[in-house]
Design a protein around this ligand. Structure first.
Ligand code: ATP
Length: 303
């Protein structure tokens, strides 16, 4: 639908400070150019809007056969629930979420949504039910309108305006010379990190999927902007099943459930209060250890 723009100096900045961002970029490319091993099964059906009940059933997966990451994961997430995944770096938090839109194929067991094996759905219909917000936002060289409409290509002008309003991007747009027609990119206006995040959020409001994956930002935004974005994300997650890949414990206290992942296993789960009350709890010790890390989960902190 267009060409990514990504100035070279930006790439270097990303490599230096956001190793996570590159992983996100990789996943996005994989999303666009679907991996050869992930394809529609014969007889796969196009599902309509799903409710968003998610179940991992004895799920097995590894990026290579020699190194399994999940060896029988069982996890249920109820429609509308917000679950935050925490745990040390490399525990498998991102992988759990990447398997849901089938960026990779499970090696055993299954992942079900509303009781249907995701492999029995067409990729297109599955992914139309899932919205992903990553800290790296992918913009096309084009107008703000087109960039928002990427969330749903057949959206009307009204719907685009409404999505921008809900993402609180309307003020930004009003201040730009050509409003929604303002061209962003190499030859246009450069958006700030916070504005890009808002644009990403507007896309998802427009797409309106029942399932949301939030790959939480690790840094880059100032505290005020960060707070405002968190507020918008909280609104975005309302009424949607939300999986949060959490890098900062401070922002997940309001999740309905916190799932602590270690070595591809769920080692603990419960509400923030429940987990903090556990004397020898993993979450409790992560929480205690974070104090000196500016709120970053120890081991998850970026360079
Ligand atoms: P972090 O907090 O650092 O993002 P995480 O809990 O999200 O960690 P994952 O990214 O899911 O962990 O990684 C789980 C394991 O899989 C790690 O050992 C990681 O090195 C490995 N891994 C992740 N992505 C890939 C990939 N694309 N190819 C091969 N191995 C991978």
């Amino acid at each position: 639908v267009g060409v990514f723009f990504r100035p070279v100096d930006k790439i270097n900045a990303v490599i230096e400070t956001y190793p996570k961002g590159i992983a996100g970029f990789q996943r996005y490319l994989e999303f666009l150019a679907t991996r050869p091993d992930v394809a529609d099964r014969p007889g796969a059906r196009a599902v309509e809007r799903l409710r968003g009940d998610i179940a991992y059933r004895e799920m097995r997966f590894g990026y290579s056969a020699e190194r399994p990451i999940f060896d029988g994961l069982d996890l249920d997430i109820a429609a509308g629930e917000t679950v935050a995944f925490v745990g040390p770096s490399g525990a498998g938090k991102t992988t759990i979420c990447s398997l849901l839109p089938r960026f990779y194929e499970v090696a055993g067991g299954a992942i079900l949504i509303d009781g249907i094996d995701i492999r029995d759905m067409t990729l297109q219909s599955l992914r139309s039910n899932i919205g992903i917000v990553q800290q790296d936002v992918f913009l096309f060289a084009g107008s703000i309108r087109d960039n928002i409409a990427y969330g749903r290509l057949d959206a009307t002008e009204e719907e685009i305006v409404e999505a921008a309003r809900r993402a609180r991007l309307d003020g930004v747009i009003a201040a730009l010379p050509d409003g929604l027609d303002t061209v962003i990119g190499e030859r246009g206006v450069k958006l700030s990190g916070g504005q890009k995040q808002r644009l990403a959020i507007a896309r998802i409001f427009l797409k309106n999927p029942p399932i949301l994956i939030l790959d939480e930002a690790t840094s880059a935004l100032d505290t005020e902007t960060e707070k405002a974005i968190q507020q918008s994300l909280a609104e975005l997650s309302q009424g949607r099943t939300t999986l949060v890949i959490a890098h900062r414990l401070a922002t997940i206290a309001n999740a309905d459930r916190i799932v602590v992942v270690e070595n591809g296993d769920v080692v603990e789960q419960g509400s923030h209060a429940q987990l903090l009350a556990r004397k020898e709890g993993r979450y409790r010790s992560l929480h205690a250890a974070q104090a000196g890390h500016g709120g970053a989960v120890p081991g998850n902190a970026v360079a």
